[in-house]
Design a protein around this ligand. Structure first.
Ligand code: MN
Length: 233
């Protein structure tokens, strides 16, 4: 037994639907601007430029569910945005994975939110600084239970939506992804070896907007259930 000078940090994990075992979360990769309509609303060219990636720490994970969880309104922002996203969970790692084999590396899928301090992200962009603090902060990744791929099949077409206080804000289909699920894995593994336990948030469709304390967010992907997240005062 290794003895530590401090208690080691806890392992973050997700519930697996239909199993008593949990999925241990390693890293959280995120794809930027992966729906053309969202790229346009951000004032960017929706062209098929190669996908780009950023990360959130596993600590950002909040285990969400249909019953509802609460996250705090984060400090140092006045423009806190929701981004509803399909999340991939990786069971088999690898480098230079070809799109044709990429499906074999996926353990399952979940509904997730890439919560974003939009003001900090955009300021960082215009000042040519890293956008870390706009994206990679505590409680910024609420994610629902994992649905094993052996039950869902390959996720290529499914409605994805988010409402705030019962009003629809985002509504699209994952077949609108600029870079598909296997293409994301092919591009990412040119740069970095995927490891078992890694998650990939695949990007958000159009309709991102600000939330305030007291708002209730309900995210849904067909076949992956719903998650309900309340922003704490
Ligand atoms: Mn995102």
């Amino acid at each position: 037994m290794t003895d530590y000078v401090l208690p080691p940090a806890a392992i973050n994990s997700l519930e697996v639907v239909g199993s008593a075992k949990r999925f241990p979360v390693n890293r959280i990769f995120c794809v930027g601007r992966n729906y053309a309509a969202h790229a346009r609303e951000m004032g960017m060219d929706p062209g098929r430029i190669p996908p780009f990636f950023f990360m959130k720490p596993a600590l950002a994970l909040v285990e969400a569910n249909a019953q509802g969880v609460t996250i705090p309104y984060p400090p140092m922002t006045s423009n806190f945005h929701h981004e509803i996203e399909l999340v991939l969970a990786i069971s088999k790692g690898g480098m230079n994975i070809h799109a044709a084999q990429a499906w074999d590396h996926i353990y399952g899928y979940a509904v997730g939110l890439d919560m974003t301090r939009r003001d900090l992200q955009l300021d960082a962009c215009s000042n040519r600084q890293p956008w870390e603090f706009g994206k990679a902060f505590s409680y910024s990744a609420p994610i629902g239970p994992l649905y094993p791929a052996e039950k869902t099949g390959k996720m290529t077409h499914a409605a994805i939506s988010l409402d705030v206080n019962g009003q629809i804000r985002q509504s699209s289909n994952i077949d609108q992804l600029t870079w598909s699920v296997p293409e994301i894995i092919e591009h990412l593994t040119r740069y970095e070896r995927l490891l078992p336990g890694d998650l990939i948030m695949t990007g958000t469709p159009e309709g991102v907007s600000a939330v305030v304390a007291g708002d209730v967010l309900t995210g849904m992907i067909d076949g992956l259930g719903t998650i309900k997240v309340t922003i704490n005062k």
